[in-house]
Design a protein around this ligand. Structure first.
Ligand SMILES: [Zn+2]
Length: 328
């Protein structure tokens, strides 16, 4: 018995070191950062009738680790997002920022959410608060100050035919499609379906940025473009920006043939104007998997991909998921 006890203890020490190394390697990726004791507990108690270690007086298998707040960035642009993670032992929690509330979702080694900043949110310093519940039922609050930076919006001048304007810009049509997408984008799947880095979904030139204000047939610039457009030849492959589950794959009036992927935790990516949809609702897709082809369906003046991302119902600048400005 003393021999096996020593082995178990050294295994625990080894695993602690390995978990520490893993934290150092993956801490910057977000959602997967965190403490080491979970791993120690799992591996130090192997299955089998004789394998359970006997605790000495005063000894514990693993002490509760206090929660710690980890942010991907302290400075975030309008239409950017902050990856908020809480490591340590918590039962659950909720983030409050700019008057909106976001539930934490269990990740691989932390609980997390992508906190969105809307296009019209005021620049300046704002407090981000996280209310957590510990395993004992005790409640606590963690907080940090985040600076919202102003994004300068550009203007896009578009020309549409009278038929397109009357049929497709009909406010009722636009409102109906917005309501359909809102009902998708505001659901929070309490499960981490993404992993690692975010990829650009198409090989093409950026032709319209997120947030661009639009002048249609010479009208006063208004609104904000809800996605990022990439010009590409019809038939160019479109791939998933990250892993997830397809929750919408069907024709829409404005966005044309549209695919939406749920990445878990209230985060979604959408791909519009496709000439072909190559996945079905319910499919599980990997990062980089082909989901359709570039097209010119819906309200579109040429073959291009309209790529959008939304967190907890707020449309975000998808490019900021790939250029490092969100800190992940
Ligand atoms: Zn677009």
């Amino acid at each position: 018995m003393p021999g096996r006890r020593r082995n178990l203890l050294s295994l625990a020490v080894l695993v602690t070191l390995l978990a520490g190394a893993a934290f150092a390697l993956f801490g910057a990726c977000g959602g997967g950062d965190g403490g080491s004791h979970d791993v120690v507990v799992r591996l130090a108690t192997p299955s089998g009738p004789t394998a359970t270690p006997t605790l000495l007086p005063g000894e514990t298998v693993a002490a509760l680790e206090p929660p710690e707040l980890v942010l991907s960035t302290y400075e975030v642009y309008q239409a950017g997002a902050v990856l908020v993670s809480v490591t340590g032992d918590i039962r659950g929690g909720q983030v409050t920022f700019l008057g909106r509330k976001f539930p934490l979702t269990p990740g691989s080694q932390s609980q997390y959410t992508f906190v969105p900043v809307d296009t019209e949110d005021p620049p300046g310093e704002h407090v981000l608060k996280v209310d957590v519940t510990l395993p004992t039922g005790t409640k606590g609050t963690l907080q940090e100050t985040i600076t919202v930076l102003a994004t300068e919006w550009t203007t896009d001048y578009l020309e549409f035919t009278p038929e397109q304007v009357t049929e497709l810009l009909d406010p009722a049509v636009v409102a109906e499609e917005a309501a359909t997408l809102k009902s998708v984008y505001t659901k929070v799947t309490p499960e981490k379906l993404w992993d690692g880095f975010w990829q650009l979904p198409v090989a093409g030139a950026l032709t319209a940025r997120y947030g661009e204000q639009r002048s249609i047939n010479g009208s006063e610039p208004a609104g904000h473009h809800g996605g990022t457009d990439f010009g590409a030849l019809e038939g160019t492959p479109v791939t998933a920006t990250n892993s997830g589950r397809v929750v919408l794959a069907r024709p829409m009036k404005v966005r044309g043939n549209m695919v939406v992927i749920d990445h878990g935790g209230g985060l979604y990516s959408g791909y519009g104007h496709l000439s072909a949809i190559e996945v079905a609702e319910g499919d599980v897709v990997e990062a980089g998997q082909q989901i359709g082809l570039v097209g010119n369906t819906g309200l579109s003046t040429g073959a291009h991909l309209h790529w959008e991302m939304a967190s907890n119902g707020v449309l975000l600048d998808a490019v900021r998921f790939t250029d490092g400005t969100n800190g992940f």
